[in-house]
Design a protein around this ligand. Sequence first.
Ligand code: ADP
Ligand code: ADP
Ligand code: ZN
Length: 213
Amino acid sequence: MKLLFMGPPGAGKGTQARRIAEKYGIPQLSTGDMLRAAVKEGSDIGLKAKAVMESGGLVSDEIVIGIIADRTLAADCAGGFLLDGFPRTVAQAEALDRMLAERRHAIDHVIDLAADSEALVRRITGRSSCAGCGEGYHNEFKKPTHVGVCDKCGGQLTQRADDNEETVRNRLDAYQRQTAPLIDYYRRQGNLKDVDGMLPMDEVFDAICAILD
Ligand code: ADP
Ligand code: ADP
Ligand code: ZN
């Protein structure tokens, strides 16, 4: 099963991708997570991506296409994968189509999560995640039992450097200009599934499962 999750920043892609990947036993490939790991490591890619990510812009197509081309060749992707946050431009989508065609593969479902911009800003500015296991939290919508501590593993909760109000505007802007055109791109291909990301998390999850099952 090959899945693609689309949607503006804060729509719930990561939250749902994590649960769906676990349920269906496929790896979750988040370009955002991979880029943050590269920045932390201080690798070549990380050095190139850092400033762009901090400003809320998009990292170059060349870099993210290279990351996904390599990552999808790994053994754990043989049974499928879930792309979370890639593609984000038409050029990335076209590169992905070419890559999959060369490998005689195809995306089964494109899930498009929609939410209004006021909700997105609130979700992003209240977001945190566990430094240990990656579990996501929110200071209103998914509170940990103890402030700053992960319910699952006891790890410390951290906020992303780019999850602040100024950067959020730039990210929403980048989404509108560069990523939203992909909705039509995939609708024309016939495999786009619209999911209401404004529903509570469990209901969004059920809606996605109903599409996949
Ligand atoms: P994305 O990966 O699309 O940027 P996330 O999955 O990280 O978004 O979600 C952003 C924030 O909003 C997180 O703190 C998450 O806990 C919260 N969140 C996700 N889905 C919902 C929802 N359906 N309702 C309320 N809050 C949500
Ligand atoms: P969000 O929660 O806003 O959807 P992500 O974790 O997916 O954020 O991405 C964080 C940042 O990483 C983006 O703002 C962008 O700078 C960069 N990034 C992630 N995926 C891509 C991509 N496919 N193309 C270009 N830049 C990307
Ligand atoms: Zn944890």
